[in-house]
Design a binder for this molecule. Structure first.
Ligand code: ADP
Ligand code: MG
Length: 583
């Protein structure tokens, strides 16, 4: 990019040198006028432009600097009941750390004792404080508000959530967007073309226009300087840098620039139900026992049996069932041979009996449900609850109804997504009746239910084939049982719960964990792509308009240099507007 400016200023300098030497030896063939000033001023302007660009680019990196500044230097180590202030680099995994009100939490960990509220807005951009009690995860650099607590360190150094965020943001800001590749291709032919054009300008003025050698040379220098594609080279990276930084501030992490660009082109969005549209904070609401089993089982014994199996599972349904059993003070037994069937349920053996818990798919095809249970099942599903069937040695003995709440922001997010003309489809492993009841609540029309994790990925794939070329397919999921579909989609958005996020693998990580963040990601991507287009347009337009002026001899090289510096600053300034984008 600097080739043109280098040639331009060198030509003016060497010409002047020849005149100066010639005059010293009494030769006046090129006249007496020298252009050292032009050569110097071109360089001065270009440097001033670069300096301003550097200053403004510094602002683009603000978000990273802010994150780096959040790292806490010391921690209060609790050792044998003794409290000791130590540098954070001396803290090891497993240490107990005390955090007092108003302090920043030094590293990641799990609360041991005490209770407090924590401001996690650095992760999520949301101002609400989060309650932390024993067993909850805390993230380094978030701010402790009300109480004191101790926590056990689980991650230090480069493994902490904050370090991961910084790494992702830096990597993304440095990555190349596809749109830049086309700009680079243009630049690659542009520079040689301009060199040829500048020679033609000289030839035209000197031989055809019969101008003096000096005049022709100066016009040639103007063409070289004004055509420098510096602004063109800045157009994309400047906007990407600011856009990615803005995303990080509100908890939206893009894996690379390509993802940021692609997000603006999403035409279909698949959404997982449990944990994505719904909160995944499930509670047991009903326990129904088949009448022919009522002499053997009551609610408590059924719940204890199921919870003994489910305590081995991490599924939100399993957690609800275990929580219900614990709340009733039921004793849990040890299950053996525990196995998960994704999208269906779980199996295990308990006191020599085969226990199967899940939906109809996990039962043997010949299994029949009593009329009573069939009715309970459809009643539960019509009420948007998930019905969990329980079978012992092949006989279905009861059904547990588990309700989930629609997540905060889901309905609002759905309205916004619908308004942006996206095709929206819910994907779920749950039954059709339950899924449709939830879909109706959030205003979703299209539902694919009863899907295994593999089916979900297949659904994404067939959509991609269906609409190939006319848009991208996005998948929004909770990242655990939706991993296959997230990987298959063009843009996989993983909802984090603020702490345990699979950040390195998702295309986009939405740390706040609600669907409104997906809407913000779309907005940010659109705004960034729009800014890139504006930058490219102005950078080009300006070259295209001023090159002919320079060829015609209407632009002094010094003015050309000033204009060129201005165009670079303009592009960076335009990109910085993204910092104030409302999300
Ligand atoms: P979603 O697609 O809604 O996130 P999953 O794919 O995780 O749901 O599960 C789909 C269905 O499989 C659930 O609705 C439930 O019927 C059954 N299931 C999965 N895991 C379990 C479990 N641990 N206990 C009971 N049922 C389960
Ligand atoms: Mg799920």
């Amino acid at each position: 990019m600097d080739v043109l400016v280098a040639i331009g200023s060198s030509v003016a300098y060497i010409y002047s040198l020849v005149v100066l030497m010639g005059n010293a030896f009494g030769w006046h063939g090129l006249g007496e006028y020298v252009y050292f000033d032009t050569s110097a001023v071109i360089i001065v302007f270009v440097r001033v432009g670069k300096y301003l660009e550097f200053r403004t680019k510094g602002h683009a990196a603000d978000s990273i600097n802010k994150l780096l500044a959040l790292q806490v230097p010391t921690a209060c180590l609790v050792d044998d009941g003794q409290e000791r202030e130590v540098p954070v680099s001396n803290v090891a995994v497993g240490d107990a750390i005390l955090v007092r009100p108003g302090e920043r939490i030094p590293v990641d960990g799990t609360v041991l004792t005490g209770e407090s509220t924590v401001d996690e807005s650095l992760l999520t951009g949301e101002p609400l404080d989060v309650v932390k009690v024993t067993g909850d995860k805390v993230v380094g650099s978030t701010i402790n508000r009300r109480g004191s607590f101790t926590f056990q360190v689980t991650e230090i150094g480069s493994d902490t959530v904050l370090s991961q965020i910084i790494r992702i943001v830096e990597r993304t800001q440095a990555s190349k967007a596809p749109i830049q590749t086309s700009a680079d291709r243009v630049s690659a032919v542009f520079v040689p073309a301009v060199i040829i054009l500048s020679i033609l300008t000289f030839v035209g003025w000197f031989w055809l226009g019969e101008a003096s050698f000096t005049h022709a040379m100066i016009n040639m220098v103007s063409v070289l300087v004004i055509a420098c594609p510096c602004a063109l080279g800045l157009a994309t990276p400047a906007a990407i840098m600011v856009g990615v930084g803005r995303g990080a501030e509100v908890g939206i992490l893009f894996r690379d620039s390509e993802t940021l660009e692609k997000t603006a082109g999403i035409s279909t969005m698949f959404l997982d139900k449990t944990g994505t549209i719904t909160a995944g904070h499930t509670t047991v609401t009903d326990i129904e026992i088949s009448p022919d089993q009522s002499e053997i089982y009551n609610e408590d014994s059924l719940l204890s049996l199921v919870a003994s199996v489910e305590r081995n599972s991490e599924h939100p349904l399993a957690q609800a069932i275990v929580a219900a059993a614990t709340a009733r003070g039921l004793e849990l037994r040890r299950a053996i041979g525990f196995r998960t069937v994704p999208g269906q349920g779980v199996r295990a053996e308990l006191s020599g009996k085969k226990i199967v818990v899940g939906n109809k798919k996990i039962l043997k095809p010949e299994t029949v449900l009593s009329d009573h249970l069939e009715i309970s099942l459809s009643d539960l599903q019509a009420a948007a609850k998930t019905a969990v069937l329980v079978a012992v040695d092949g006989t279905v003995i009861g059904v547990i109804g588990v309700a989930d709440k629609i997540k905060d922001g889901s309905i609002e997010a759905m309205n916004e997504l619908r308004a942006s003309k996206l095709e929206l489809v819910m994907l779920t492993g749950d039954s059709r009746a339950t899924a449709e009841a939830i879909a109706k609540e959030v205003g979703l029309e299209s539902v694919l239910s009863g899907l295994s994790p593999v089916d979900k990925a297949e659904a994404v794939k067939s959509k991609q084939i269906d609409i190939s070329g006319s848009g991208y397919v996005a998948m929004v999921g909770d990242g655990i049982n939706d991993a296959a579909a997230l990987a298959q989609s063009d843009v996989g958005m993983a909802l984090g719960t603020g702490t345990d996020v699979a950040m390195e693998s998702a295309d986009i990580t939405l740390i706040s964990g609600d669907l409104l963040a997906a809407v913000s990601a779309l907005k940010l991507s659109e705004a960034t792509v729009r800014t890139i287009r504006q930058n490219l347009f102005w950078a080009f337009c300006y070259n295209i308009l001023l090159i002919p002026v320079a060829v015609m001899g209407g632009l002094h090289p010094m003015l050309a240099a000033a204009a060129m510096a201005f165009s670079s600053v303009f592009v960076v300034g335009n990109s910085l507007r993204l910092k104030s984008l409302k999300l």
